[in-house]
Design a protein around this ligand. Sequence first.
Ligand SMILES: Nc1nc2c(ncn2[C@@H]2O[C@H](COP(=O)(O)OP(=O)(O)OP(=O)(O)O)[C@@H](O)[C@H]2O)c(=O)[nH]1
Ligand SMILES: [Mg+2]
Length: 328
Amino acid sequence: MPANLTPQYLEVEKRFREAKGTEEKLAALEEMLAVIPKHKGTEHLRGDLKRRRAKLKDDAEQARRRKGGFSIAVDSEGVGQVVLVGPPNSGKSALVAILSKASTEVGEYPFTTRKPIAGMMPYVNIQIQLVDLPAVSDTYMEPWVPSLVRPADLCLLVGDLASGAVLEELEQVLAILERSKVKLVSLGDAEAPAIGWARKRAILVANKMDAPGADDTLEILRSVYESRFPIVSVSAQTAQGLEALRRMIYDNLGIVRVYCKPPGEEPSMKSPVVLPRGSTVLEMAESIHKDFAHQLKFARIWGSGKFDGQRVQRDYVVQEGDIIEIHI
Ligand SMILES: Nc1nc2c(ncn2[C@@H]2O[C@H](COP(=O)(O)OP(=O)(O)OP(=O)(O)O)[C@@H](O)[C@H]2O)c(=O)[nH]1
Ligand SMILES: [Mg+2]
C-alpha cells in the first residue's frame, strides 16, 4: 500500500536529516510521528520511527547520566499526560501535590521547582499523569520547559488570583511558549499546526480563589480569556473547585472510556478501555488485541442511547460509557 506522505511530513523529515544533536533529532522525530498520516500504508514506517525514537531517548538519557544531570523527558503514564505551566508562585506545585499526592516542593519564594515532578491523579477508574514544571517567566526560566509542554496531551495554564499582575504574567507565559512555537488552544481547536508548531490544548486554572479580592480578579481573567480557554477557579489551599478541575481535565483529554464484555459474561467496569474520542468499534477491538481486528464480525452495544444489546457494525463510533460485546 502506498504511504502517500504529505508535504508537511516530508518537510519535517528533511529537518530530521539535517538535525545535529540528539535533542534536535528527537524533537523532529516527535513531530514526524505527530504529522505522519495514520493508515495501513505507513504502518511500517511508523513502527520504524518509534524504534528510532526509543533509541534516541536511550542515547539522550545515557548522555545525561554521564554528565550527572537528570532526565528532562518525562515518560507518559496512565491515560494521558497533563503538564502545569505558569508564572512563578502561582501554585502549580501545590496543585500537583493535592491532586496527585506526588511529593513536590511548595515554596513561598518564586522558582521553587527546578525540575519536572510527575504524579498520578486518580480519576474514577483511571489514572492521569500530572507533571509539575518550573516557572515560565522572562526573569528566569529553565530553557527546556517548553520542550516538555510539546509532547503533553493537555496543559494547565495556572494563573495566580492573589497576584496584582496576573494578566501580564499569563501573557508572558503564552508569549514565551510561542517563542518556542508552542501555542495553547482550546479543545475545539481543529486548525492544523503550521510546520514546526505544536498546538496544545489548555485549560486556564485560576488558583488561590481563597485570596482577598480573588473574585474581582477572576472576573477580569474571564473577560479576557473566556473565548480562548475553558476556565476553572480553584484553591489548592481550601480544595475549592478541585472536583470541577478533575472533571475538566478528563473532559479535555479528548478520550472516552468504554467497557469490554465477553459474550455471556458481565463487563468489567473497573478496567475501562481508553480510546481517543471518535474511535470505532474496530479500533477498540484493535486496541485490545491486533488479531481481534481481522476477526471482528460485529458488536453489541449497551449505552450510547442505543437499545440495549443493539447490534452495530465495525465502523460504529463508540461513546463514553458504552459496554461493548465483541463477536469474532
Ligand atoms: N492562599 C493560597 N496560597 C496558595 C495556594 N496555592 C499555593 N499557594 C501558596 O503560593 C506559594 C507558591 O506555591 P507553589 O505551589 O510553590 O507555586 P509554584 O507555581 O509551584 O511556584 P514555582 O515552583 O516557584 O514556579 C506557596 O506559598 C503556597 O503555599 C492557594 O490556593 N491559596
Ligand atoms: Mg513549583
